[in-house]
Design a protein around this ligand. Structure first.
Ligand code: ZN
Length: 243
């Protein structure tokens, strides 16, 4: 079974559509949270995702939109986008978001938005944080999002057991052979690694085969809608540079 792995769409429909078109055929979507926040198309993105067989988690922005997370934890721009999103969301999409879990185990994989130890809020961006988190899940692989960086960490089975960051190439499938893995597909709707292209992955679930991918999307289309809705300028500009 071929799964489309996405995270941090952040209401960016142009990016989501580019990813879906680029992915080819797939059997199911695993979405690792933050469907909303920042971007101009919260309802359109939720409607689009719901066209497919889908397992989705809630992220911290989704929780903030729902009022489950204190908005004081957000910076001014994120807060403004969140308050705008609250006004836009249809009742049906509000109910859909409210029903999303923050951690799921499916097909022998652990799925979480932020980290296994802190499912909604911790960033796993370095080997030390990853190391700590390896003891908080019991499947061979944990998929997570939240940082908007496509990063992978591996804890080998050898005696050292020391976690290493793995530099996984794009467009070259590789297998989760041995050891334990924490892997992030990067962000669809607001990449932060200096590359503005939407980031995602394809996972052959039974084989444990992962492929990182990037695809360009019409950034200006999303930016135009953000300007129209008077979303914060900094959020509009960062999409140009992918940071
Ligand atoms: Zn996010």
């Amino acid at each position: 079974m071929r799964y489309l792995i996405i995270s941090d769409i952040h209401a960016n429909l142009a990016a989501l559509n580019a990813v879906i078109a680029d992915a080819g055929t797939f059997d199911r979507i695993w979405c690792l949270g933050d469907l909303t926040g920042y971007g101009p198309d919260p309802n359109e993105c939720l409607d689009r995702l719901r066209e497919f067989p889908l397992t989705s988690l809630a992220g911290n922005h989704d929780w903030a939109v729902l009022g489950k997370l204190n908005l004081e934890e957000f910076n001014r721009d994120a807060r403004a986008a969140c308050l705008w999103t609250r006004q836009q969301l249809t009742a049906a999409n509000h109910a859909f978001l409210a029903a999303l879990p923050v951690l799921v185990k499916e097909e022998g994989y652990t799925l979480v938005h932020a980290s296994p130890s802190e499912p909604v809020e911790e960033y796993v961006l370095d080997a030390l944080t990853a190391e700590y988190n390896f003891s908080h899940f019991d499947t061979p692989v944990c998929l997570l999002g939240h940082s908007h960086w496509p990063v992978a960490f591996m804890q080998p089975e050898d005696a050292t057991g020391l976690c290493v960051q793995v530099r996984a190439p794009y467009f070259q499938p590789f297998k989760f052979n041995g050891g334990k893995w924490i892997i992030n597909p990067g962000s669809v709707g607001q990449p932060r690694d200096g590359n503005p292209d939407a980031s995602y992955a394809i996972l052959e679930v039974e084989e444990g085969q992962w492929e990182y991918r990037r695809v360009a999307y019409p950034v200006e289309e999303t930016q135009r809608k953000m300007r129209h809705h008077r979303l914060p300028l900094r959020l509009i500009e960062r999409l140009t540079h992918g940071h």
